[in-house]
Ligand binder design. Structure first.
Ligand SMILES: Cc1cc2nc3c(=O)[nH]c(=O)nc-3n(C[C@H](O)[C@H](O)[C@H](O)COP(=O)(O)OP(=O)(O)OC[C@H]3O[C@@H](n4cnc5c(N)ncnc54)[C@H](O)[C@@H]3O)c2cc1C
Length: 173
């Protein structure tokens, strides 16, 4: 039991849930069983099954990610770019990195159309910031290697899940 977490938020480290066990109770590989009203499966595998059977199938790696060159062009398809969680760039998959990849790709599309040299993406090293909201008043997260208190995550992200920031970035605020 972590004294810094509210009682409704408990984080079980080094555990894996058993798929198919979620109706009413969630079984963990360690043998623990948790009561569960709702189970939401998350993971880092992108939803790319539909690309199997297309000409991009050969560009998928074993995790279902699109293999890209340094410029984020899909290997074998210079006119196709893959940005964000779907590509196989070796870095933590984060929203703000996906946004930056989008900006770079915009510039690269212009360069490509003008037969100019493309700029490569510089993968982000190390552990960055990630905030996971658990309702309005709790959460988990880290800034680099610093683990944040639940209430701090709630304070930073819990109010609107950064939707206002995203709207501002898209110019629809
Ligand atoms: C719980 C959690 C917390 C996170 N916290 C942070 C954080 O604090 N900071 C941060 O920077 N990042 C965070 N991330 C990571 C961030 O959300 C992702 O890196 C980011 O959303 C990737 O953007 P994307 O556009 O590549 O993919 P997505 O945002 O996943 O967008 C892909 C879109 O494609 C759609 N789609 C999928 N398949 C199809 C299809 N066949 N046809 C049409 N549409 C389809 C999906 O519905 C989705 O809307 C978090 C992720 C999770 C899961």
């Amino acid at each position: 039991m972590n004294p810094w977490c509210p009682p409704e938020l408990q984080i079980h480290l080094s555990e894996r849930a058993i798929k198919g066990s979620e109706a009413g109770e969630l079984k963990l590989e360690s043998g623990k069983v948790l009561a569960a009203d709702l189970v939401i499966w998350t993971g880092s595998r992108p939803n790319t099954e539909w690309l199997q059977g297309t000409e991009l199938a050969a560009s998928l790696d074993e995790s279902g990610r699109l293999k890209v060159q340094g410029t984020l062009q899909v290997v074998g398809f210079p006119n196709v770019f893959a940005i964000g969680d779907i590509n196989d760039v070796k870095e933590e998959k984060l929203g703000y990195l996906a946004t930056q990849q989008g900006r770079l790709t915009g510039k690269n599309l212009v360069a490509l159309s003008r037969n100019q040299a493309l700029t490569a993406w510089t993968p982000s090293g190390g552990s960055r910031t990630m905030l996971l909201s658990l309702g309005r008043y709790a959460g988990a997260g880290h800034v680099g290697w610093i683990i944040l208190f639940s209430f701090l995550v709630a304070l930073i992200k819990g109010k609107d899940l950064f939707t206002a920031k995203a709207r501002r970035q898209l110019g629809v605020a």
